[in-house]
Each structure stands twice: as structure tokens, then as C-alpha cells.
Ligand binder design. Structure first.
Ligand SMILES: [Fe+2]
Length: 190
């Protein structure tokens, strides 16, 4: 899905899709006073907005980074690619087909900017970040009565590194750092 398609939709209130449309229609974020900025596994996180079971986090990814495949047991989400060099994976394959590492528009943005990937709580996903780093929004609905906290701490699978492993609050997580690209997209033929 992309932003143009999303803005044509009229999803029911109270749904994650409705929240996603609201977030992307209000480009000035409502960053709270508390928990505004933090770090998880060397990744910078910004608490963009939180209300009830809905939350949006911005993740600023360092250069040359691998997010191994994982799930978030208590979170349905949309990952919105804002810029830089990110290849997201979903269900074992890389999902944004444009050349997300090198193909730019006339203003230097990436052709895939504002691409949106739906990641439900049981969907395996991951990512590879290139040498210029990357930025994305994670737009979330928290499930099972769990109050929103950092999505990277509600985590099943291999964590990004040891520091990340130690921050996981819920889920069966392990760490086998360092990783290869295959760890981010296990069904992809590389
Ligand atoms: Fe994730």
C-alpha cells in the first residue's frame, strides 16, 4: 500500500487503518512530555503519539544494520517507510520492490518513500539497513489488554543485539548477533 491509496480509503473509527490515516494526515507529531526519546539496541526511538491502545513510534536506524526476522505477539502495526536505505521483509521475502538503496527522485528522496507494510501480530518480518541509515514509523494497535510500550520489547525471534535482548519484556527472544542479510528474509534467494 502507498500513501495515495490510503488517503482514498474511509476506514471505520477505532480501527488501526483509521488511526494510520489520521497519523499520516497530521504530519506535525504529538510527542508526549515523557518517554519522548529512547534507545533500544543502538536504534533511536521517538514516541510520536500515544492514545489508548494506539501508538506510533519513529525508529531511526543506524547505518549497516540488520533486523532479524521476528514477530510482536501483542501488536498489529503498519510500518511506514519515511526515507533512507531500508529493505523491509515480510513472511520471509523482501517486500518493497523498488531499489530502496539507490533509486532516488529528483529531490533526492527514495522512490519508495511512504510505502506502507502491514505487519500483524503473527507476521514474521525484518529488515536490512544500508550504509546511509534509514527512518520509519511504526503505527501500532496493542492487543490483549497490553498497554503500549516499545514495540521492540514485545518481541519473539532473534533480537538485533545483546542490548536489545536485555530490553525484551515479553516474548521468546534469543540473540545470535552478528547477522547476515539471510537472517532478515529467510525465504529470499540471495
Ligand atoms: Fe518488528
Amino acid at each position: 500500500m502507498n500513501i495515495e491509496l490510503l488517503l482514498q480509503l474511509h476506514p471505520p473509527k477505532g480501527t488501526l487503518l483509521h488511526y494510520l490515516k489520521w497519523i499520516l494526515s497530521n504530519p506535525i507529531p504529538r510527542i508526549p512530555l515523557y518517554e519522548a526519546v529512547g534507545y533500544v539496541g543502538g536504534v533511536t526511538k521517538v514516541l510520536w503519539h500515544r492514545e489508548g491502545q494506539f501508538q506510533t513510534q519513529m525508529f531511526i536506524m543506524p547505518p549497516n544494520y540488520i533486523i532479524p526476522e521476528h514477530t510482536h505477539p501483542n501488536v498489529d502495526s503498519f510500518e511506514v517507510y519515511l526515507g533512507g536505505q531500508i529493505s523491509f521483509s515480510h513472511s520471509g521475502y523482501f517486500v518493497i520492490k523498488e531499489n530502496t538503496f539507490n533509486k532516488t527522485t529528483i529531490t533526492g528522496e527514495n522512490v519508495g518513500n511512504w510505502s506502507i507494510v502491514q505487519v500483524n501480530h503473527n507476521d514474521k518480518h525484518g529488515g536490512v539497513i544500508g550504509e546511509h541509515g534509514g527512518v520509519f514509523l511504526s503505527v501500532q494497535k496493542w492487543l490483549n489488554g497490553v498497554k503500549p510500550h516499545c514495540v521492540a520489547c514485545d518481541y519473539e525471534g532473534q533480537t538485533m543485539n545483546q542490548q536489545h535482548l536485555e530490553s525484551v519484556k515479553y516474548g521468546e527472544a534469543t540473540c545470535n548477533f552478528p547477522y547476515s542479510i539471510a537472517d532478515a528474509a529467510s525465504k529470499e534467494v540471495l
